[in-house]
Design a protein around this ligand. Structure first.
Ligand code: FMN
Length: 171
């Protein structure tokens, strides 16, 4: 029987929604019944056999993720959960290892006390035309690169790796 998997995500400017859709597509290609939904649209996790949680990192923290986990903690505690964060940290020729480590830790901290079966940090997208003045000022100040850095091959590869963990054929 194919497992029903929810890919629940937060997004402010849409790039994480694109990553979540790509993950759902790949899980479906692997034989699972996968659907994406933004956090506010998720009332209940009843009927799901697993959940992928995704959130963009803003100011060091995955957006709305800890709140979502707190709200659905009981149900999430009974299901296999995978998690991904999207951010600008992994972008560039030589991303700083300590920054990557910080971002990964922020993801793991946000899903506490859950123990995800897999966790990933993906490069995101920064589009100044979608940002407000304050966001543009912040990203200019810290010298963030702008553009779409989402690595669709890496995202699909991760989803393919995660799929069997939901199907229960792998630890
Ligand atoms: C104001 C602002 C703050 C951000 N802070 C971080 C950060 O602390 N770490 C990081 O890796 N990326 C950071 N980013 C990059 C976003 O995570 C990235 O653009 C992501 O793709 C946005 O996802 P969304 O389009 O789904 O909202 C920041 C972006 C903005 C605009």
């Amino acid at each position: 029987m194919a497992g029903r998997i929810l890919v629940a995500y937060a997004t402010k400017h849409g790039s994480t929604a694109g990553v979540a859709e790509a993950v759902a597509r790949e899980l479906a290609a692997a034989g699972l019944e996968a659907a994406g939904a933004e956090f506010p649209a998720v009332d209940s996790l009843e009927g799901y056999d697993g959940v992928v949680l995704g959130a963009p990192i803003y100011a060091g923290k995955p957006l709305d993720l800890a709140d979502f986990v707190a709200r659905h903690r009981e149900a999430l505690g009974r299901l296999p959960v995978a998690a991904f964060a999207v951010g600008i940290t992994p972008v560039g020729a030589a991303p700083k290892p300590e920054r990557i480590e910080q971002a990964r830790k922020a993801l793991i901290d946000a899903v506490e006390p859950l123990r995800p079966v897999a966790a990933a940090l993906f490069a995101g997208a920064l589009d100044p035309s979608k940002m407000g003045l304050a966001e543009r000022a912040v990203t200019r100040l810290i010298g963030s690169p702008t553009g779409d850095f989402r690595d669709w091959d890496a995202i699909a590869a991760w989803a393919r790796e995660v799929a069997p963990r939901f199907a229960g054929t792998e630890e």
